[in-house]
Write a protein that binds this ligand. Structure first.
Ligand code: KG4
Ligand code: ZN
Length: 343
């Protein structure tokens, strides 16, 4: 009997422990995510040591749960895939060690997956991808534009020079007294506010695809502190709306410019900030007005955050490029795609 193409995928790069079973490129049979967000909330950010401890506690349970839900046994599987970077080293090591042990015990090939490739391939779970494509990756740790000529080929054409978009959301959220992570709440506030502050749009008119969000963040923080010192109360929803408009404006403008220059078939938006309603709406509207022939693929919210289903989907592209690892696979916390202009 022909063996099924069935990958068990593992993701532990940050604060979600996740194990999934993915069949035939993108059919997700199970995708179990154990979030630790509540444990980190009281610290206002992720505490790496706490993250590692949670992963250790959860990982074996999730292996069992994922196989049970997908109704498969280790004998049915064809490969094991795991995120080996980028991320927190201690967190990554838990997933890498667990995946290696499982692959060794069941004599299965091991596929190392870049977490950011996973975010892009979350889109394939939704629909087949047409290449070439541009992916706008926006998360708590990354903001980058990736050009993909074909399946499994990644080149960075632009990235943030300082803060990631999600990081900027979380930092200004802290100033507004919101819970970590605050992207979602700021997004909701922005929808009922007005853009009254006109915050700066850094690098908007520069002839490159890079971003910078630290100036915007400082401008926001200074505005709030100055008002506090003068005893003036600012409207939080207007601050949120003005901040979000500045972020979305830069992301949409640069992404559209990249799509035009690279003449692509598809735009994928991925990562935690891809959940942003303002960004989704503006991209859909602008793309429809300016380049309606380009397919816009934004994964549903449950696939925008970290999950192992997307790692399994990306692993199928790695197989095409014969990218396998041995038992010496290590975590690479600063793993990154190559930058095109550095080739
Ligand atoms: O990709 P992700 O789950 O984790 C990594 O960073 O890898 O992204 C988390 C980030 C956080 O910074 C969070 O504030 C942000 O995504 N985020 C949002 C929204 N939902 C989550 N940012 C803006 N708008 C949202 N709706
Ligand atoms: Zn992520």
């Amino acid at each position: 009997m022909k063996k099924r193409k069935l990958i068990l995928a593992v993701e532990t790069s940050c604060d979600e422990t996740s194990v999934a079973i993915v069949e035939d490129e993108a059919i997700v049979l199970s995708n179990i995510v154990a979030s630790q967000v509540k444990s980190h909330q009281r610290f206002g950010g992720i505490v790496p040591e706490v993250a590692s401890r949670h992963h250790v506690e959860q990982i074996s349970i999730l292996f069992d749960e994922a196989m049970q839900e997908a109704n498969v046994t280790p004998q049915d599987l064809s490969q094991v895939a795991v995120t080996y970077g980028p991320g927190l080293v201690g967190a990554l090591l838990i997933g890498v060690s667990a995946a290696k042990a499982f692959a060794w015990a069941h004599n299965l090939p091991l596929i190392p997956v870049n977490h950011m490739a996973g975010h892009i391939y979350a889109a394939r779970i939704v629909q087949p991808l047409k290449f070439p494509l541009i992916a706008l990756l926006v998360s708590g740790g990354h903001t980058e534009l990736v050009y993909m000529k074909a399946d499994g080929e990644y080149e960075i054409i632009g990235e943030t020079r300082d803060d990631a978009a999600g990081e900027a959301y979380d930092k200004v959220g802290r100033v507004l007294g919101l819970k970590y992570p605050s992207g979602k709440e700021i997004d909701e506030m922005a929808h009922v506010g007005k853009d009254t502050f006109n915050f700066p749009r850094a690098m908007l008119n520069e002839n490159n695809f890079d971003f910078s969000f630290s100036g915007l963040k400082s401008s926001f923080i200074n505005t709030v502190h100055n008002a506090e010192q003068k005893g003036i109360a600012l409207e939080p929803k207007n601050l949120a709306c003005s901040f979000q408009n500045a972020v979305v404006d830069v992301l949409v403008t640069k992404t559209l410019r990249a799509i035009k220059e690279y003449n692509v078939e598809t735009l994928v938006v991925a990562g935690g900030v891809a959940a942003n309603q303002g960004l989704r709406e503006e991209l859909a509207k602008t793309l429809n007005e300016q380049m309606p022939e380009v397919a816009l693929v934004i994964p549903p919210l449950r696939l925008c955050g970290d999950n192992a289903g997307m790692i399994g989907a990306a692993a199928f592209a790695s197989i095409k490029h014969n990218e396998f690892a041995g038992m010496d696979l290590n975590a690479v916390p600063s793993l990154a795609f190559e930058r095109m202009d550095e080739n």
